[in-house]
Every structure is written in C-alpha cells, then in structure tokens.
Ligand binder design. Structure first.
Ligand SMILES: Cc1cc2nc3c(=O)[nH]c(=O)nc-3n(C[C@H](O)[C@H](O)[C@H](O)COP(=O)(O)OP(=O)(O)OC[C@H]3O[C@@H](n4cnc5c(N)ncnc54)[C@H](O)[C@@H]3O)c2cc1C
Length: 482
C-alpha cells in the first residue's frame, strides 16, 4: 500500500527540484504553480489511496510546452506525471517521488473533424462531452463514455478506458487510430496515420494505450467516430435477484441480441440511483439498464427478443424511454451512480473494484464476490458493464473502523485472484495505477518482465509516472530520496 506523503512534503524541496521549477517558470511563467491547493488537487485520488503531492504543476498549452517539461525534468531526472482531469481511481496521478504534474486540460482544441472518414483529430485535453457537443450537428458521435464525463481523451487513452457503449462500440483500444506523443527523451512521435487498418511495423498506438503516462505524454489523438442510428430505445428492467439479471445479461449477449448498452445495478445501487429522480424507485433485487439501436425495424425486433429473455428470467420491462430526453435522463443517472452512492452515505471511504471475466463466468463471479463480501463483513454494492463481463463491487468502508482495512485487503485480493483464475483480469477499464499493482504478477507472470523491459527501453531513467503499474517500482535513477 502506498505511503501517505511524498518525501518532498516532509522535508521540503531540494535545490535540484527548485532549479527545475525555476527553469520551467522562466519558460512557462504563470503556468507553473507551486501552491499547496493546486498540487493537492492534482493528487486527489477520489478513493481510499492517500494523496501524494507533486512539487509543482505545469499547465501545458501546446506541444512545445510538453516537450519543454519533459526535457527540463528529464535533464534533472525528476518525475513527470501526466494529468488529464484526475478522475482515475487507482492513485494514477499520485506523485510518490514528487516531481512535476503536467496538466493537459488546456490542450483542448478540436483540430479536425473528418466527417467523410468518420474520424476526428483532437488535443489530449479534449473531454468526451466537449467532443460530442462539437459533433452534435454532424450525425456522428464519439462512443467511449466513462462515468466521469469530464475525463480527457488523453487520460482515457492512457487508461484504456471504456464505458456503457463498449458492448457495441468497443473501448479506447478500438476507437483510437493514432497518437502523437512526447517520449521520455523529448522526441515527438506519431504512431500511425488515419487509415482504418495498417500492417506496418510494431503497433505503437496500442502500446501507448493503457500505458498510464509511463511511456510517453500523449498530446494528440485521431479517434473513430460513429454514425447515430435511426432508432434507439432505453429501458429499465427489474429482476428478482442479481443472479437472474446477470444470467439474463449473459444469455442476451450469447444469443447475439444487438444491445448497445447493458448495465447491471443491484438493489442498493438501484435505490441510490433512483434517489436522483430520473426513474421511479423499486424494491426489486436488481435491474438491467439497456439500450437498443438500429433501424426502426431492427431496434423493435431486438427489443422484443430482449424482453422475452427478461421475462424468462423472472424480470419485467419496467419502462421504455423512446424520447431522447428520457433516454438522456436514464443514462445520466447511471453515469452518476457513483456520486449518488457517495451522497447517500457521506463520510465513508469508497473502493471501486473493476474485475472483468469471460461472459459465461459472469453470474457465478458476481455471486461468489457477494458471498465473500458478506463473509468478511463488508458492504459492497454491485454495478457494472455486464455486457462485457465487467462489474464493480464498490466497497463502502468506515474510515474510523481500524479492522476494516485488513478485511478490505483480503476482499480485493480474493476478487482479483478469482477473476484471474477464470481467465479474467483485475481491471476491465480503470487500470492499474498504484492500487492494483499487487495483482500484476498474478495476472501476467513472466510477461510482466517483458513489460518492464519495454519500460526501461523507452524510459531508461524512469522519469515518466514512476511507481505505477509495476509493484514496488522505485527506479534507481529518479531523484526521489531527498
Ligand atoms: C464517477 C466515476 C466513474 C468512472 N467510470 C468509468 C468508466 O465507466 N469507465 C472507465 O474506463 N473509467 C471510469 N472511471 C475512471 C476514469 O474516469 C478513467 O480512468 C479516465 O479515463 C481517466 O481520465 P482522466 O482524464 O481523468 O485521467 P487522469 O485521471 O488525469 O489520468 C489517468 C492516467 O492517465 C495518465 N494520463 C492522463 N493524461 C495523459 C496524457 N495526455 N498522456 C499520457 N498519460 C496521461 C495519467 O498520468 C494517469 O496515469 C470513472 C471515474 C469516476 C470518478
């Protein structure tokens, strides 16, 4: 588990770090901030992981700014932590060795929309909502929609993010065509063109996607866009139990039913989500929120097929939203479910788990996880992108309960071990950061050494977001111990 404070917080800045900050301040002026509140905001983990502040924050406004930060910090071997919106959940933006947080949110220009090719070129700080607002009149949209609406596309690529639409449109892995990035040596690379496919050389685009700021700073992305379809329904379906809902989700995917979203909420998550007022509260055991899209005829047909499966599992379609505003209300409520939970139980700590398993194992994995939570005396309501086999059991912990931490650690370990043992992963979408590094050896075995070799080849001094992804990764060369 990470320590609670970076050493620079405890002992003050070294002359060397002060020199880096001074050099950056000469180059970037007021965009270099050393005030405590801004540094704290750039290490806010939103969760149980203690914050570890950077020494300074630089607000990049251009590719040149990013290059400058990498070159100056690199020359002094000071860590650089890329920052998008800070919505990641595993201590990704923490600075365990101090260093420079490079905030990319001001690099938020939409460079080009190539409507005929169904793609767009954007700077890394563009958010998915900003891009979709921009596309409103084009008949196209960008599909990846993590629950945090203000996540940046750079951060989403760096965490290989996904969302409610992934069951139909894929993750960031499927929706990024090419990246422009500043590498650890300050060189700018472009990983590919805008072609839909390429068989040329190593796939650097997909190497950087999911690299969590440890291999390069993404400054620009070419992303795929999708046409909006003629008809869409959204429905809330109620079930007697989580197991019935999960089995229905599994069978609907296996049957080829053409859903564009299928999200599970257990009874607790359903109640707290309903409290926001988007749909009526219900006493059922679980719910599936679904969307079906297509031509009018196809959407009608697939909604009917899905409704038959719901009935077969003892559920009922409680309401169908056909208008855009009703659909938006339902999906906003689902996206805000985490905040609704926090509002319902203020003052608690929240640990959002994120395993993903083969779809045929989903119902059993959720059931075993719930039994384990009860056995360990933990409250851990469940929601998730179940069409992908991905679910979140959100452990709600009383920060004043000293025994809870040990039970929580056991729960987390059991959950990732369970998922990995059945061919799944410890994280479907949130990434590793600091919080899940412990699970990497179990998930990858010797392949983790290959990842380490890639990291050392591309970032030999270990300056890019050190202390993430790899367990106990404290690169020798980084100037951390002051
Ligand atoms: C309420 C809530 C719901 C969420 N729901 C989902 C969900 O449904 N699906 C999902 O996938 N995630 C979800 N998340 C997690 C989070 O939103 C994603 O991980 C998101 O992709 C992070 O984007 P960001 O811009 O906030 O990145 P940050 O948190 O700022 O950074 C995340 C990581 O990416 C690196 N990084 C950021 N920008 C760059 C860059 N330009 N170049 C290189 N590295 C960079 C950082 O160093 C860090 O390691 C949720 C979070 C919250 C709070």
């Amino acid at each position: 588990m990470p320590s609670s404070k970076s050493c620079n917080e405890q002992t003050g800045l070294s002359a060397q770090r002060a020199a880096v900050i001074a050099e950056l301040a000469i180059a970037s002026g007021p965009r270099v901030v050393t005030g405590h509140d801004v540094r704290a905001q750039h290490a806010n983990t939103l969760t149980w992981i203690a914050s570890e502040l950077p020494d300074a924050v630089v607000f990049a406004e251009s590719v040149d700014d990013a290059v400058k930060v990498v070159r100056v910090a690199g020359r002094h071997r000071v860590p650089i932590i890329a920052f998008g919106s800070g919505t990641s959940l595993e201590g990704h933006v923490n600075a365990p060795f101090g260093g420079i947080s490079i905030d990319m949110s001001r690099m938020n220009r939409i460079v080009a929309v190539n409507a005929a090719d169904h793609d767009a070129v954007v700077e890394a700080g563009v958010t998915r909502e900003q891009l979709n607002d921009h596309l409103r009149d084009t008949g196209l949209f960008f599909s990846v929609d993590p629950g945090a609406a203000n996540a940046t596309l750079g951060g989403m690529a760096a965490t290989r993010a996904s969302g409610t639409n992934t069951v139909r449109y894929g993750t960031m892995r499927d929706n990024v065509l090419s990246l422009r990035a500043v590498m650890a040596n300050g060189e700018i690379i472009t990983t590919a063109g805008r072609a839909r496919k390429s068989a040329a050389g190593y796939d650097l685009t997909h190497l950087l996607i999911g690299s969590e700021g440890t291999l390069g700073i993404i400054v620009e992305l070419s992303v795929r866009l999708h046409p909006r379809l003629e008809a869409e329904f959204a429905a809330v379906c109620e079930f007697p139990s989580v197991s019935a809902a999960a089995t229905c989700a599994m069978e609907s995917i296996q049957s080829g039913c053409c859903l564009s979203r299928i999200e599970l909420l257990d009874d607790v998550m359903l109640r707290v989500t309903a409290s926001a007022g988007a749909f009526p509260a219900s006493n059922c055991g679980a719910a599936l929120f679904v969307s079906v899209e297509g031509t009018q005829r196809a959407a009608d047909e697939h909604m009917q097929i899905f409704a038959c499966l719901v009935t077969a599992h003892g559920g009922k379609v409680a309401g169908i939203a056909a208008s855009q505003s009703d659909r938006d209300r339902i999906w906003k409520a689902r996206h805000d479910a985490f905040w609704s939970l926090r509002n319902s139980w203020p003052g608690q700590a929240y640990v959002v788990t994120d395993v993903c398993v083969p779809i045929s194992c989903l119902a059993t994995c959720i059931a075993e996880t719930t039994v384990d939570a009860t056995r360990l005396g933990l409250t851990a309501p469940v929601l998730g992108h179940v069409g992908d086999g991905n679910f979140h059991a959100i452990a709600v912990i009383d920060p004043n309960d000293s025994g809870a931490r040990g039970r929580l650690d056991q729960f987390l370990k059991n959950l990732s071990t369970r998922a990995i043992a059945i061919g799944g992963t410890c994280t479907g979408e949130h990434g590793i950061g600091q919080g899940k590094a412990y699970a990497m050896p179990g998930e990858f075995g010797p392949a983790l050494d290959v990842m380490r070799q890639i990291k050392s080849a591309l970032d030999p001094m270990g300056i890019l977001n050190p202390g993430k992804i790899f367990p106990k990764d404290a690169p020798q060369d980084v100037q951390g111990a002051e």
